[in-house]
Design a protein around this ligand. Structure first.
Ligand code: EPZ
Length: 431
């Protein structure tokens, strides 16, 4: 397994192009199952989850053509993927794929809506919490599906098709909102989704579905009204910029005391993160499709954060902000309200010298003068990247093991950071 070695302590200076958003791209790709025509997505990030989901869609019978520019040195112009699901030849989403990537379970709604059946592996527990599927299941049942759990699979049928329903989520769920939104587009009649997620990735999905011919009101609100249509059509769509990658590199600038211009993105996408960074001591200069972020002051201030559904502070940026707070003056209370077990990075950050105490859903971070490099390992994507950020700030060498987590969600991470002066290299386990 590859690892990444970082010799920290260098302020980063330069420009980073932000890739297309992984968490937007995955549901957009699944939407291709709703039509027999071709959906072409541009600005796709070159990350492992995209390949895993492409394999799943091909397993269902889709034809996938990746004809964009292969990402390489000096380019992050994104890739283009055309998906054509002319016939659904297999309605099973196997354990081997869905266990690696929970987004695989999003095929359930579209398959039910298109062909009336789906057999989808339960994604199971994962490193950040139990992550149940109850909201997806009860919502689809309200729309007329019959779903049994047999041998670790959700076996779903809609013998009479799917029908519009009034569905109220008792927890805000990005995935359940996406799954039901897609299903409702081809259901008979009107569906209302109350307490729906409002994340920008949901708006991206709504824009695509509308372009495919869907009838959806309420974009950007927590109440979505979907009037089912008989069919959807092929189209071409550009994936939105990755707001979590944007926020992560913004913290890279601040944690190293450097200055980075983030291109092909916007400050509006990461407003809640920038608010915290500015309070901590960062300077931000905004332009239309880019912004410059720097740390001018020598020391940072500790700032409390609490993760919340959008437009609140994102859970996917909690670990990275914790890395920053380890070297801020004073203390910062970090409260995680979305996932019950998303502090796996705490013991690893502590190995670098951080002073963090976890009390239930909150972590009290007492800032230290500096971090010192050490070998570390992480169990999920954002925890891994928080260790990269801490390693960039730490004195000496940090070696991050199990980097396959990073490869799931960050395109050419070492290359982008090295271009800004980071001393970072991948150590291949093969070599
Ligand atoms: C999406 O996961 C993202 N993944 C996650 O990003 C992100 O952390 C999460 O939304 C929250 O923003 C993708 O978009 C592919 P949820 P999702 O359903 O949809 C509970 C990353 O690092 N819940 O919004 O799976 C659940 O347990 C990943 O890129 C139920 O109780 O998250 C959690 O506590 C990690 N029942 C809360 O809702 C359900 O049926 C929010 O989860 C579904 C969810």
């Amino acid at each position: 397994m590859d690892s990444i070695a970082i010799r920290g302590g260098k302020p980063l200076h330069g420009k980073i192009e932000i890739s297309g958003a992984k968490n937007a791209a995955l549901p957009l790709m699944v939407a291709s199952l709703l039509t027999e025509e071709t959906l072409t997505l541009t600005n796709l990030p070159h990350v492992a989850d995209i390949s895993t989901l492409t394999n799943l869609l091909c397993h269902h019978g889709s034809l996938a053509v990746m004809n964009g520019q292969q990402s390489g040195a000096g380019s992050s112009s994104g890739r283009t993927l055309s998906l054509t699901a002319r016939d659904i030849t297999n309605t099973e989403a196997p354990y081997d794929i869905v266990r690696k990537m929970r987004a695989g379970a999003l095929v359930m709604g579209p398959l039910l809506a298109r062909v009336g059946k789906a057999r989808v592996s339960l994604p199971g527990g994962c490193a950040i919490g139990t992550r149940p599927m109850n909201l997806h299941i009860t919502g689809l049942e309200q729309m007329g599906a019959e779903i049994d759990i047999v041998g670790g699979y959700m076996e779903a049928t809609a013998p009479n098709g799917l029908f519009g329903a009034e569905i109220r989520f008792d927890t805000v769920s990005v995935g359940a909102t996406e799954n039901l939104l897609m299903a409702a587009c081809l259901a008979e009649g009107e569906t209302v989704l109350e307490n729906a997620a409002r994340e920008p990735e949901i708006s991206d999905l709504i824009k695509l579905l509308r372009q495919m011919g869907a009838d959806i009101d309420g974009e950007g609100t927590d109440r979505l009204l979907i009037r089912g249509v008989d069919r959807l059509y092929g189209t071409e769509y550009r994936v939105m910029p990755d707001r979590i990658e944007t926020g992560t590199y913004a913290i890279a600038a601040v944690i190293t005391g450097g200055e980075i211009e983030l291109l092909n993105t916007s400050a509006d996408l990461v407003r809640s993160v920038l608010d915290v960074l500015i309070e901590a001591g960062a300077d931000v200069t905004e332009s239309k499709n880019s912004f410059i972020i720097s740390r001018k002051s020598k020391r940072l201030n500790g700032v409390d954060i609490m993760t919340l559904p959008y437009p609140g502070y994102p859970t996917d940026m909690q670990a990275q902000m914790m890395a920053l707070m380890t070297i801020a003056d004073g203390a910062a209370m970090i409260t995680e309200t979305i996932f019950e077990n998303r502090f796996m990075h705490v013991p690893e950050l502590s190995r670098l010298g951080a002073n963090i105490t976890v009390h239930g859903h909150s972590a009290l971070v007492r800032g230290v003068d500096h971090l010192v490099g050490a070998p570390v390992m992480a169990t999920d994507l954002r925890a891994s990247v928080s260790l990269v950020l801490a390693g960039l700030a730490a004195e000496g060498e940090t070696v991050i093991n199990r980097v396959y987590h990073l490869d799931r969600g960050y395109e050419r991470l070492e290359e982008k950071l090295a271009a800004c002066g980071a001393d970072i290299e991948r150590i291949s386990s093969g070599g």
